[in-house]
Structure formats: C-alpha cells, structure tokens
Design a protein around this ligand. Structure first.
Ligand code: ATP
Length: 194
C-alpha cells in the first residue's frame, strides 16, 4: 500500500484540504490518504482550537463519502503535543509501512518552518515528504538540504484557510462553498467559533 499521511488541525476541515487530498491521491497513485487530526499542534495557539472531539467528528464527516480517505486517531490517542516524527514512527510500527511507501503531505506554508520541527532530518529519513505548492512559495526560502529530499506537487490553488473560515463565520459572512454542506450544518448546530 502506498499511503499518504495528511496532518492538520482541521478546525474546520475545508474544501482546500479535500481538493488537495484528492488531487494528490490521483496524481501520485496513492492507495489511501490518511487524515491525522492533531491532538495539539506544536505550531498553533491552543486558544483558537476547537476540542479534539469536535475536530475529529468534523474530519469524519468531511471524508465520509470518499472510500480513499480515512482518518487515523494516532495523534489523539497519543495525546500531548503532536509531533509529526512521533506520528510517522508510530504509524510505521502499527502498520508495517515501509519508508518508501509512506508519504507525509504538507502545504508549502508549513515547509517554511520545517527546519524548526522536531527532528526534521529524521522525518526525511523515515518517510517521503510531499509538498503542495501554495501562493507565495519561494524555493529560495528553503534550505538546499531539505529541498533535495522532498517532492513537490502542483495543486489547484484554492485559497481558503480554516482561519479565514472562522473569521468569516464570526463576522456573519458566508462560508458556503468553502466547506461541505454537512460541515456547515455541523458548525451551525454546535455553535462553533462564536
Ligand atoms: P489555519 O488557518 O487554522 O492555520 P489551515 O487552513 O492552514 O488552518 P490546517 O488544518 O492547519 O489548515 O492544514 C493542514 C495542512 O493543509 C497544512 O499542511 C496546510 O498547509 C494545508 N492546507 C490548508 N489549506 C490549504 C489550501 N487551501 N490549499 C493547500 N493546502 C492547504
């Protein structure tokens, strides 16, 4: 099996995430894209993050109609700060996936800070990093040693982010077409982000 882990906060999951995952799935001939909601992202301020249960439920809803997308609760079960290196090692142990068959997907915005992640060199050894190019990305911002070891993927540029969605929701603006209808209903029903 050729697997791609896709970690994120998913607060909420949006069409940018889904289109990215589907594009990568098809272009790179993956068997599965594994969405991995973070228990606690090392990169994000805790105060803006919805509870793990709410985010987990939203990811489940967002991917439920796609048989090629699954969710792993590996970071939620582990608890604590969700370091990618721990997730990659745990996932390989649990599933026996080989380093060459295990990919880890990140947006190019996240790549800018990759050198400051926990054990970046080890991440590059334990799996293949695949980077989705987002607007504003300049390869010159990235260390050559890292550039040499990663793979880039072109994706349709869908400039929507969870931050923008939360902001729009708070301001009473529409988030239609930014999230699926079922996610819209979930946010509305559970009075998230207010
Ligand atoms: P936030 O605005 O809260 O920081 P986000 O929209 O960036 O959230 P995350 O859950 O943090 O969403 O994202 C998980 C991964 O998805 C990251 O690697 C991020 O770069 C990538 N990503 C998010 N939105 C898009 C998008 N519109 N296009 C491509 N990649 C995206």
């Amino acid at each position: 099996m050729k697997i791609c882990l896709f970690g994120g906060t998913f607060d909420p999951p949006h069409l940018g995430h889904l289109i990215l995952a589907q594009t990568i799935y098809e272009a790179e001939h993956f068997d599965q894209i594994v969405f991995v909601p973070a228990y606690k992202s090392p990169h994000k301020d805790r105060s803006v993050v919805s509870s793990v249960d709410l985010r987990k439920k939203m990811v489940k809803i967002a991917i439920q109609e796609n048989p090629n997308f699954v969710m792993s609760e590996i970071e939620i079960d582990r608890g604590g700060v969700s370091y990618s290196i721990d997730t990659i090692i745990d996932y390989k142990k649990k599933t026996g996936t080989d380093s060459k068959k295990l990919f880890y997907l990140i947006g190019s915005d996240s790549l800018k800070t990759f050198h400051s992640w926990r054990n970046p060199e080890q991440i590059l050894d334990e799996c293949q990093i695949i980077v989705a190019i987002r607007p504003g990305f300049r390869p010159s911002d990235i260390d050559n040693k890292i550039l040499a070891k990663i793979q880039f993927a072109n994706i349709p540029r869908i400039e929507v982010s969870s931050t923008e969605i939360r902001r729009r929701w708070i301001e009473g603006k529409t988030i239609r077409y930014m999230v699926t209808q079922q996610i819209w209903e979930y946010i509305n029903e559970h009075k998230l982000y207010l």
